[in-house]
Design a protein around this ligand. Structure first.
Ligand code: SF4
Ligand code: SF4
Length: 424
């Protein structure tokens, strides 16, 4: 198996930055901090200097390299398509190689590389939920009752599932004869925090007769480890997921998490042709549902008498891969939804994997701008296609003192499908 690219393998891409500054307008970290070290151009210059030995592991360099959400917004707008997110991730791995992982990154790496430990921690957290968390009004999440390392006490958190999603369902759910079979890569967010989103995905696939395999051997996609600079953990998880997701022949592998989609479909490309059966076969759930004609089926339903105003937030990891139309198409076709587009729906929410743990204050500033756009849209719900974004959006809305709820589009889809069932 090939390894993740090293920083010195990005020399050519680094040289392609012409310092035009076009990335400044699209970088959420720069927008919040207005500091050259935050923007892609500054980071590329620093990575170059680091490679040339002109800067060492001094605090300012480490801070600037940690101030990136790996959102890819700069790359999508760059005239030379310089992959700043990849360059920053490779720089973090090089820093970890020379200096060792930070305490938090060690924790992330330790948990992700031992799925049985992750399962145990999540299940214990779920069972002790009432003791550990206090509920916020209007079911908009939880807050920690006690101080905890790396988690701010004013952060809204989703409840942990006492039974993870993958333990609730058999490994194979058979659909109608002649219909496709898909593998479902759940990701950690759905498995441990939002099992109802996985349930909604199964309902949607059942509605169109598709068979589903939920491989038990799958692990985290590895994106948190990419963000933390823990390259070996990413490689270990990639190998585990390749084995689990290609063990049974399927028509495609679906995800309902933008970050998992980017992990499996983009990051794993570094591992070469051996991973092609996985990387080339990953599909966002809404791309799959649109291909299967679900929009037409939903659009044929009568509109509900009472509808709710919903807006959509583009997760960076889907938007930068060109997936923007399909989630909107499903949302707009739902009978109970009045869709409204918010201003700058494509700007980052501020989560950025481990970014919002290290830089919660900046993450809140980025989230505050998003919360303002949600408020101005007049929507009661902000729907998206990523568990991480749901968590961050709910936090941003709560900090702004607003009433909206952040939901996965699949949850709204499930509501519509349940209506149909009741009517038949
Ligand atoms: S990263 Fe791209 S957009 Fe930014 S300064 Fe360099 S060439 Fe210009
Ligand atoms: S990946 Fe995102 S946060 Fe990082 S430099 Fe690019 S636009 Fe800014």
């Amino acid at each position: 198996m090939k390894k993740l690219k090293r920083l010195d393998e990005y020399r050519e891409e680094i040289a392609q930055c012409v310092k035009c500054g076009a990335c400044r307008a699209h970088c959420p970290a720069f927008g919040a901090e207005k500091h050259e070290g935050r923007v892609a151009r500054g980071k590329i210059a620093l990575a170059d200097a680091f490679l040339k030995g002109e800067v060492d592991l001094e605090d300012k360099f480490l801070l600037d390299m940690s101030q990136c959400l790996l959102c890819g917004s700069c790359c999508a707008q760059c005239p030379n398509k310089v992959p700043t997110d990849e360059i920053v991730a490779a720089t973090r791995r090089e820093i970890a190689r020379r200096k060792g992982l930070s305490t938090f990154a060690k924790g992330v790496a330790g948990i992700l590389s031992r799925p049985e430990l992750m399962n145990l921690l999540a299940k214990s957290g779920g069972k002790l939920s009432a003791l550990l968390f206090k509920k916020l009004p209007q079911t908009s999440g939880l807050r920690l009752r006690f101080p905890a390392p790396f988690i701010s006490s004013d952060r809204t958190l989703p409840p942990l599932a006492s039974t993870p999603f993958r333990e609730r369902y058999p490994e194979k759910i058979v659909g109608e004869a002649g219909r496709p079979t898909v593998a479902f890569f759940t990701g950690c967010g759905i498995n441990y925090m939002y099992p109802e989103v996985g349930e909604a995905l199964l309902k949607a696939l059942q509605f169109i007769g598709v068979s589903v395999v939920i491989p038990a051997g799958q692990g985290c996609c590895g994106l948190p480890a990419v963000s933390a600079g823990a390259g070996e953990v990413v490689e270990q998880l990639a190998e585990q997921n390749l084995k689990a997701l290609t063990a049974t022949p399927v028509d495609c592998i679906v995800t309902a998490c933008a970050s998992c989609h980017a992990g499996l479909g983009k990051v794993y490309q570094d591992f070469g042709a051996e991973f092609a059966p996985l990387t080339a076969n990953v599909k966002d759930i809404f791309v799959f549902l649109v291909e299967q004609g679900l929009v037409e089926k939903l659009a044929a339903l009568p509109k509900a008498a009472e509808r709710i105003k919903v807006t959509y937030h583009d997760p960076c990891h889907l938007r930068t891969q060109g997936i923007t139309k399909e989630p909107r198409a499903i949302l707009q076709a739902l009978p109970q939804v009045d869709y409204v587009e918010m201003e700058d729906a494509g700007t980052c929410c501020g989560l950025g994997g481990t970014y919002s743990v290290y830089h919660y204050d900046t993450a809140k500033k980025i989230g505050a701008q998003k919360a303002g756009f949600i408020e101005e849209s007049g929507a009661a719900l902000v729907a998206t296609d990523c568990p991480g974004c749901i968590m961050q959006l709910q936090d941003a809305v709560n900090h702004a003192g607003q009433q909206q709820r952040a939901v996965h589009i699949l949850s709204l889809l499930m509501e519509a499908l349940e209506e149909i069932k009741e009517d038949t």
